[in-house]
Design a protein around this ligand. Structure first.
Ligand code: PXL
Length: 293
């Protein structure tokens, strides 16, 4: 039996919820890691019921089961970076804090997910959000709230770029080593980066596309991948933003609501045509196998 650790790419763990439409959450994270040539591991905090039109319900993983998933992975694998998304409630957030303390990870990207862009059920309870503010911010390498999440974490009301800068400073004051306040929901998609020293803005015209479901998950995961590949903040943030913009530009609809990003735009310039599938003529495809029974 062979095992080739020399060939292993960086392993990145996502701790997040599952979205069956695979635009956001764990599926978006794993696609992003794969697109960056990294291997993704995943611990599931919640099963959501949703399609592109919104979240209908959430079903949280029991805290003991989340803890068991995390311990099981930690025993076996050397994890280069951790990305944290939907946590669901305080109990699961507390399990994650415990896990971060045990794992001593070099890179932890915390996306403090509160609600889906399409609305619907809350993705964390109020006590969980308070726990993120009090306990998880300081355990992260970088935190990536959108405007609504930055408001919940700081208590500020954010109306403009100045408000975003104030929130970024406040979050660093509250213990986050570095922050990106995402302005994707403002007129101009400007993000504010602050690490306690330099306040920087990453500009951008808004991409003309409805297909932005999972862009927050993808952004945080792309930062985790860039950090795992050895990039420093804020270069990792800049590269992640460029990746998200391109993946939105190359996106397509899969349902009636906002579609997912095209995570693999680098590999596949045009989507495959639908309805004209020809089985490949090699022995690995079941349709090409001679029937033996
Ligand atoms: O985009 C936030 C988000 C995170 N995690 C899960 C989600 C969503 C939004 O739908 O479903 C599992």
């Amino acid at each position: 039996m062979t095992n080739h650790p020399g060939n292993t790419p960086p392993l990145i763990l996502t701790i997040a919820g599952f979205d069956p439409s695979c635009g956001a959450g764990i599926a978006a994270d794993l696609k992003t890691f794969a697109a960056h040539n990294c291997y993704g591991l995943a611990a599931v905090t919640a099963l959501t019921v949703q399609n592109t039109q919104g979240v209908r319900s959430t079903h949280l993983t029991p805290a003991a089961t989340l803890r068991a998933q995390l311990e099981c992975l930690l025993e076996d694998s050397s994890i280069s970076a951790v990305k944290i998304g939907m946590l669901g409630n305080r109990a699961n957030a507390a399990v994650v804090a415990e896990f971060l303390d045990r794992g001593h990870f070099a890179c932890v990207v915390l996306d403090p997910v509160a609600r889906a862009q399409s609305g619907g059920a809350d993705l964390i309870d109020a006590a969980g959000m308070r726990f993120i503010a009090d306990e998880l911010l300081r355990r992260a390498t970088v935190v990536t709230p959108n405007i609504a999440e930055a408001e919940l974490l700081t208590g500020l009301k954010i109306h403009d770029l100045e408000g975003m800068k104030e929130a970024a400073k406040r979050l660093v004051g509250q213990g986050a080593p570095a922050v990106v306040v995402k302005g994707g929901h403002m007129d101009k998609a400007i993000d504010v980066f602050y690490d306690g020293q330099e306040l920087q803005t990453f500009g951008g015209e808004r991409v003309k596309s409805e297909n932005t479901h999972g862009s927050g998950c993808t952004f945080a995961s792309a930062i985790a991948a860039q950090l795992a590949l050895g990039k420093q903040l804020p270069d990792a943030v800049m590269l992640a933003k460029a990746y998200v913009v391109k993946a939105i530009e190359k996106s397509y609809a899969i349902g009636k609501g906002p579609g997912p990003l095209n995570h693999f735009f680098r590999f596949q310039l045009e989507p495959a045509p639908r309805g004209t599938h020809t089985p490949p003529q090699h022995s690995l495809h079941p349709a090409a196998e001679p029937s033996s029974h």
